[in-house]
Design a protein around this ligand. Structure first.
Ligand code: IMP
Ligand code: MG
Length: 186
């Protein structure tokens, strides 16, 4: 997608559904939950790129247990707002995760296909433990039976942008989460 000017850019932001403050409070709470769950045990946070990079950056700053960071890239959405249904691992972890307590950090679970595949792949590598934390969950859109261990916000079936989430690679840098305006009549 190509955005030609700033008016076009703003016009697609329909309404804010989660404010910066709401997100930051929930992220801090999640970090405290991780601290008490792992109680000093070292962990490996695995961020699924690109969508989760903002969430991961904020979350890890509030975690106090010893913590390594790893990145993986998986793609299931291309330029459209419908899932292609194809999950591709485009970048893999560099760590050998056996011996690690792993937490997968995801931006949003939609059909569930991405995480279903990523979890299956990582479990086969025998981590000591594996949990999934997602910022957003859209349970209405689920195509495979998948549930995260921890969800910060459950949202209705809307296409959302901001705080790492994109439309056509734009809007990831918004500090809040907004509904995307699909058409001008919308
Ligand atoms: P799933 O495999 O259908 O669960 O898709 C998960 C991926 O699709 C997420 O990690 C996002 O990158 C993308 N995605 C799903 N819903 C949205 C949305 O509302 N806005 C932006 N990206 C989304
Ligand atoms: Mg993603």
């Amino acid at each position: 997608m190509k955005i030609n000017n700033i008016d076009e850019f703003h016009c697609k932001i329909k309404r804010i559904i989660l404010s910066e403050e709401e997100i930051q409070n929930a992220v801090k709470q999640t970090a405290h939950m991780i601290d008490s769950l792992y109680d000093g045990t070292p962990i490996l946070l695995v961020s699924i790129l690109k969508g989760s990079f903002v969430f991961l950056a904020d979350l890890c700053k509030h975690i106090t247990v010893p913590c390594e960071i790893g990145f993986m890239a998986a793609k299931s959405y291309y330029e459209a707002t419908q899932s292609s249904g194809v999950v591709k691992i485009t970048m893999d972890l560099q760590q050998d995760i056996s011996g690690y307590h792993v937490i997968i950090v995801e931006d949003i679970i939609d059909t569930g296909r991405t995480l279903n595949d990523v979890v299956r792949l990582l479990k086969a590598r025998k981590p000591v433990s594996l949990r999934v934390i997602t910022l957003l969950d859209k349970p209405d859109r689920r195509m495979v039976d998948f549930q995260a261990d921890y969800v910060l916000f459950t949202i209705p079936d809307l296409f959302v942008i901001g705080y790492g989430l994109d439309y056509g690679e734009y809007y990831r840098n918004l500090p809040y989460i907004a509904e995307f305006r699909q058409t001008m009549e919308d």
